[in-house]
Design a protein around this ligand. Structure first.
Ligand SMILES: *Cc1c(COP(=O)(O)O)cnc(C)c1O
Length: 444
């Protein structure tokens, strides 16, 4: 045994360091023990001195017990599925935190008896969509479609245009999802053109409903025709409309994007939507529409398997009833405001010697909707060499800054401010400064 090896402090002795004891209370013992073992190994191989083991272990600890790293979304894609879709509003975060312990989820504090699960959420959703006779909430929009297809369509036919046989992403195909429920998909029309007569010819005694799906991630252009909800509703069978994005009412910044109120008024029996796209809330699936049908869905045994947890109940209610969520604030920003922010961020970085300049940019609504629609935006252009240190920011700097994900264009890294909350501009500047320091080999 060489000297260094003999001098390396034992695991128990290092773990007794008060700083590592408090880290164990925060992160759990195994994570801290692993960090100590890595530090001991560095000491054994002479990369650090035995006296530095506790410090090195402390420095390599993850910032929290879960691995998800907070990200500043400077991609210019507002609803970015890979980055967790919509950011929650402060009100929704507070509500979820308040519900994290025991909460009156199914309990009436006045009477001391059992209460209706999520009653306040359902009331808030009903208020937000007055055109819906009834509402129900499940885990996500895919779950909403599974529930509708199972409860209304099993053993029967769901009529769907060939132009709407969508793949949502990650290999997830709507026709396969429908088929898995025992419903038979009755395809009508062609990829680019489907007429009312095509639907009418397919409808018969086996028809459960007509499904109208908003193609949220592609566009069919050129020689096309489709049939709107109003005409479909005249066919005498229920029309289920999947709007995808979760806009409850028309939005001026996204004129082509369907919304629940418009489709319900046009005669849809049920509208389904996601909670974490343009609605700006937590992952959830909304079911809105006819009281008799929604009641059948809510009573179906599958509904229990698809129900949302208390964190979702709390965050979704706060999104609907509270102040506008970040997604809405971003859509309301004027290009001039974004340009002014980009100018200030670039100036702060340039003052610190970083090659940064404001540029105009085009943002997108993203996975949530409005395919092909460019939203005018502004970005800060910095050297592409900063992309990796910015992405790996949190690991490099022990959680001092969130990771920053931008977009590479023309050999530069663009930090698009469209999806960055204005309050986070200072944090963005600090993260770029730290990443520039790290990439110059400066202090970590
Ligand atoms: C995103 C999307 C879905 C899937 O919604 P999830 O909430 O992710 O399950 C279904 N249909 C359409 C049209 C969509 O845009």
């Amino acid at each position: 045994m060489n000297d260094a090896r003999r001098l390396v402090p034992r695991t128990d002795a290092v773990l007794a360091d008060p700083r590592l004891e408090s880290a164990q209370a925060r992160l759990g013992r195994p994570v801290v023990r692993d960090a100590v073992r890595r530090a001991q190994q560095l000491a054994r191989t002479g990369q650090i001195s035995p006296a530095e083991v506790a410090d090195a272990a402390l420095a390599s600890l993850p910032p929290r017990a879960a691995g998800l790293v907070p990200v500043i979304n400077a991609t210019g894609v507002l609803v970015h599925t890979n980055l967790g879709r919509a950011p929650l509003s402060p009100a929704a975060r507070d509500a979820a935190a308040a519900a994290a312990g025991y909460a009156d989820l199914e309990y009436d504090l006045g009477t001391g008896r059992r209460g209706r699960r999520g009653a306040a959420l359902l009331a808030a959703l009903a208020r937000a969509v007055p055109d819906a006779q009834a509402v129900h909430v499940v885990n996500n929009n895919a779950a909403a479609l599974v529930l509708v297809a199972t409860a209304l369509g099993a053993g029967r036919e769901v009529v769907l245009s060939r132009g709407e046989l969508i793949e949502i992403g990650d290999g997830f195909r709507l026709p396969e999802l429908l088929a898995s429920t025992g419903a038979r998909v009755r395809e009508v029309g062609s990829t680019n053109r489907t007429t009312l007569a095509d639907y009418a010819a397919a409808i018969g005694p086996r028809t459960a409903f007509v499904l109208k799906v908003h193609p949220s991630n592609y566009r069919i252009e050129g020689f096309t025709s489709g049939v709107g909800i109003r005409d479909l509703a005249g066919l005498g069978v229920p029309v289920v409309g999947d709007i995808g994005s979760g806009l409850l009412a028309p939005h001026p910044a996204l004129p082509g994007e369907p919304d629940a109120a418009t489709w319900l008024r046009a005669g849809a029996a049920i509208v389904t939507a996601s909670g974490d796209k343009l609605l700006g809330g937590p992952q959830a699936g909304l079911l809105l529409g006819r009281a008799d049908l929604i009641a059948r869905l809510a009573r179906h045994p599958l509904a229990r398997a698809l129900r949302v947890g208390k964190l979702t109940v709390a965050a979704l209610e706060a999104t609907l009833a509270g102040p506008p969520p970040p997604v809405f604030r971003a859509l309301a920003a004027r290009p001039g405001q974004l340009a002014a922010r980009a100018g200030r961020v670039a100036a702060a970085l340039a003052a610190a010697g970083i090659d940064a300049r404001p540029v105009s940019s085009a943002a997108a609504a993203g996975g949530g909707g409005a395919p092909g629609v460019e939203l005018p935006s502004a970005a800060v252009s910095v050297p592409a060499s900063l992309a990796v240190p910015l992405r790996c920011g949190e690991q490099v700097r022990g959680g001092a800054h969130p990771a920053v994900v931008g977009r590479l264009r023309g050999g530069r890294l663009l930090l698009d401010l469209f999806a960055v909350a204005q309050e986070d501009d200072g944090e963005l500047v600090a993260a770029v400064l730290a990443a520039a320091g790290a990439s110059r080999g400066g202090p970590r």
